[in-house]
Design a binder for this molecule. Structure first.
Ligand code: COA
Length: 267
């Protein structure tokens, strides 16, 4: 497989680097702490829709710029917006976030700073969340007389439990990076300067695994969380049986027996 490196802007505030099987998407709107307006949300949604069919990419890293990862929806856009424009933004966010959560690729969110409202909701659609020491995460919409609309009321309780989610959502309090890890809303806290390095290291580790098993591993866990235990266990064994029939499983087992590194074909 050829290893290509490219960089492009999907939108003036959205930059994409492709490095072989790893994509890194950087939200770059430092003056507004990464706040997401309709145009950025649309560009993000278009990219994610395309990525779902891109078999050359196996891992996506999402990060931000400066002291904001994403400080939520662009509140300036809410100011004086019509009801239909407001509702349209929420529908667009839902499509984008649902598509992100459903990606077959493994997604890593490297939270460099404020992840508030839609910023935390974006992170919650990713598989693994790394947080910089200075990151602050929360759902402050109640302070505007609103509530989250990008999945925060549903995805946060699944990670931290209903009581902690209610405390955060109903007070609008921000979690520190350490609290986010302690509550189960993030995986690791990193010093600011190590965040990108650690996200890249994790991305390379994931991208080096057997591709079909990697994607199926994510799917079995995500689908299992939405199904009764017996169905999840049956699905798990079906997936395992199907994996045993792949070239990669033969290669993985042969490589173990022959005491060498496996060479995955993705078949
Ligand atoms: N939408 C639009 N602009 C935003 C924003 C948002 N969600 N969050 C921050 N900004 C803007 C600020 O208005 C400010 O712009 P300005 O320099 O043109 O005045 C700039 O980003 C820097 O933010 P500022 O508030 O000056 O930084 P701070 O360090 O004092 O405070 C926060 C940081 C995150 C605590 C504060 O910006 C905040 O509460 N933001 C709103 C978070 C929120 O409610 N998100 C959910 C939205 S539904």
């Amino acid at each position: 497989m050829t290893h290509t490196k490219t960089a492009e802007s999907l939108h003036p505030n959205l930059h994409l680097k492709r490095d072989g099987a790893i994509h890194t998407l950087r939200i770059d709107r430092e003056d507004k702490l990464g706040a997401l307006n309709f145009a950025i949300m649309e560009a993000l949604g278009r990219y994610i829709d395309g990525l779902a069919d891109d078999q050359s990419c196996r891992v996506l890293v999402i990060t931000g710029t400066g002291k904001g990862f994403v400080a939520g929806a662009d509140i300036d856009g809410y100011h004086g917006a019509t009801q239909s424009a407001f509702d349209g933004f929420q529908r667009r966010s839902r499509r984008t976030f649902d598509a992100l959560a459903a990606l077959p690729q493994i997604t890593i969110c490297a939270v460099n700073g404020y992840a508030l409202g839609g910023g935390l909701e974006l992170a919650l659609c990713c598989d693994l969340i790394l947080v910089a020491e200075r990151a602050k995460l929360g759902l402050p919409e109640i302070k505007l007389g609103l509530l989250p609309g990008g999945g925060g009321t549903q995805r946060l309780p699944k990670l931290v439990g209903a009581m902690r989610a209610k405390e955060l959502l109903l007070t609008g309090r921000m979690m520190t990076a350490d609290e986010a890890v302690a509550y189960g809303a993030a995986l690791e806290v990193l010093p600011q300067e190590k965040l990108t390095e650690r996200a890249d290291e994790l991305a390379r580790d994931l991208a080096s695994q057997a591709p079909i098993a990697l994607a199926e591993g994510k799917r079995v866990i995500d689908d299992g969380l939405q199904s009764p235990l017996a169905s999840g266990l049956t699905f798990e064994q079906r997936v395992l049986g199907a994996l045993y029939a792949t070239d990669d499983a033969k290669e993985g087992i042969n490589a173990f027996v022959e005491k060498r590194d496996p060479n995955w074909s993705g078949r």
